[in-house]
Write a protein of this length. Structure first.
Lengths: 206, 334
């Protein structure tokens, strides 16, 4: 048990340290790599808490797909971080104001918020300890939380269509490749043998 | 207390070593098989000088790489440049932990084995993208971008292939997946998915005909252009370890893992690990033949194949298989 908790705190430390490194790294690429380290250690934490399904999904979705695309975009953007930092003092009052408002809101919530009596606390949800957590998630995700699941899918779909619509431009003079026409081309219609007489030249039908 | 921990650590390291060393030897041998098959298809002899039948060729190559100087380009990002081959090699070996060689022969047996395998193989792209960016040079960078896009696209269809298999098994555990194939290997009822998996595995491991990240006519050697000596060898061995892993994944998912074709007398004499090794070898042989036979794809055709052909087909197959299982009330429960 001791080793378990030691390793757990090690991963927690890596998680927090790398998330601090994400916002303080000078090089944007390094920041993305720290973000990846952060995701990996979060998934390790999930696994150590016994949520192996969530841990693996974090690894597959965030590290395997999302972070790769992040890295992709950041590598191509060529952001100069010192340029970004130069306006720090200009934005400080405004940013500080937003931060202050957020802190006050959190304070209000902690100080005065009361839960409704009917509110179910997470600790009261009955968990069947005989099921593996893949089955436990599967049992509720597509039954009790079906609507949330479908709505979140719909939101993603809308975001995707929006992104495609924003970047798609139809160009009329663009040559497109059609695999079937490329493959069905015959030799007789694309190659033409001609005997060229000297000083006469030849006219090819295009 | 401490003795107990030391014991566990010692036993586990022994277990891991007894897997990693055979895998590394297999990688060395498989490189030889690959070159030899390639040579024979092209009516050459292939490597046949070092050792009996040239078997020690890879060892000789590795020794040569060890004694070569490692050149780190001046403009490169040193830490990431050195980290990239290490990441590739260690990820390729990491995934072997969950491959079952028999009902009780494995390093670890986890509930979500197939997800672990999928996760680790999808992390493989980082080695390449890190190498490409850290080299600070045009060709490696272009190669890395190509390969990242390629691997992410083909992972999607591999994911759907895995989903269809899981629908037929009802468990994410690799041992359960193999045991579910006792009656019939999934390669027969799910044959189209097996084909899609095989082709996607070729693309996922950057093998010909999808070796565009290192297309030598356009990109010199792609992401590994700036690498030399042992760091290059690590990429090279990592790539082959990944290929073997994909073959192992294919045999566990579709060819019944360690099971013999029919559980009858002359076939079930061989111990289970041997059957898995035979299957891995046969799949690799197909990989090697394809390398020698098929010409390289054009990049846009590769993307078209991934997104416009494989993705719809595998998605429709997921729906067909799940519909079939629901209609005939064949959904596996445990």
């Amino acid at each position: 048990m001791l080793a378990h908790s030691l390793v757990f705190y090690l991963f927690s430390f890596i998680t927090i340290a790398s998330s601090i490194a994400v916002i303080s790294a000078r090089n944007t690429i390094h920041a993305v790599f720290f973000l990846i380290l952060d995701f990996v250690s979060v998934s390790c934490l999930f696994i150590m808490m016994g949520a192996e399904f969530l841990g693996m999904l974090t690894l597959i979705v965030y590290v395997g797909a999302v972070a790769v695309l992040f890295l992709f975009v950041v590598m191509m953007l060529n952001v100069n971080y010192s340029d970004l930092k130069s306006g720090f003092l200009n934005y400080l009052p405004f940013g500080g104001l937003i931060g202050l408002v957020l802190i006050i809101e959190i304070g209000l919530m902690i100080g005065t918020w009361k839960y409704r009596d009917t509110f179910i606390k997470t600790s009261e949800i009955k968990i069947n300890s005989n099921l593996s957590n893949t089955e436990a998630i599967g049992n509720v995700l597509y039954t009790e939380y079906l609507h949330y699941f479908q709505i979140s899918g719909l939101i993603l779909l809308v975001a995707m269509i929006g992104a495609i619509l924003l970047t798609y431009r139809r160009k009329d003079n663009l040559k497109r490749q059609d695999i079937t026409t490329q493959v069905s081309r015959e030799r007789s219609e694309s190659v033409q043998l001609e005997d060229v007489e000297s000083f006469k030249g030849v006219k090819l039908n295009d | 207390m401490i003795n107990e921990y030391l014991n566990i650590i010692f036993l586990d390291s022994l277990k891991i070593l007894s897997l990693v060393i055979p895998v590394l030897i297999a990688v060395a041998m498989i490189v030889w098989v690959d070159r030899r098959v390639w040579g024979l298809v092209q009516l050459r002899r292939g490597p046949n000088v070092v050792g009996p039948f040239g078997l020690l060729q890879t060892v000789a190559d590795a020794l040569k790489y060890i004694f070569k100087e490692i050149v780190i380009p001046a403009g490169s990002n040193k830490i990431i440049f050195i980290l990239a081959p290490v990441v590739t090699m260690s990820l390729a070996l990491l995934a072997w932990a969950v491959i079952p060689f028999g009902e009780n022969i494995y390093v670890t047996n986890i509930n979500v084995g197939i997800l672990y395998l999928f996760a680790v193989s999808s992390l493989g792209v980082y080695g390449i993208i890190m190498a490409g960016w850290a080299s600070n040079s045009k060709y490696p960078f272009l190669g890395a971008l190509r390969s990242a896009a390629q691997m992410v696209s083909y992972e999607v269809s591999i994911g759907f292939v895995i989903v269809t298999v899981l629908l037929c098994v009802g468990s994410l555990n690799l041992i359960d997946i193999v045991i579910a194939q006792k009656k019939i290997w999934f390669a027969i009822p799910l044959f189209p998915m097996f084909v899609i998996f095989f082709i996607s595995a070729l693309a996922e491991t950057n093998r010909p005909p999808f070796d565009l990240p290192e297309a030598e006519a356009e990109l010199v050697a792609g992401y590994q252009t700036e690498y030399s000596g042992m760091m290059y060898a690590l990429f090279w061995l990592g790539e082959y370890a990944n290929i073997l892993l994909m073959c192992a994944m294919g045999s566990v998912l579709f060819l019944g893992g360690w099971l013999p074709p029919i559980d009858k007398y002359p076939l079930n004499v061989l111990p289970p690990p041997i059957w898995l090794i035979i299957k891995i070898f046969l799949l690799f042989f197909a990989f090697a033949l394809i390398k020698a036979i098929v010409p390289r794809y054009r990049y846009d055709q590769l993307m078209r194949l991934g997104w416009k052909v494989f993705l719809p087909i595998s998605l429709v197959w997921v729906i067909i298989v799940s519909g079939f299982l629901v209609y005939f009330k064949m959904i596996p429960t445990n």
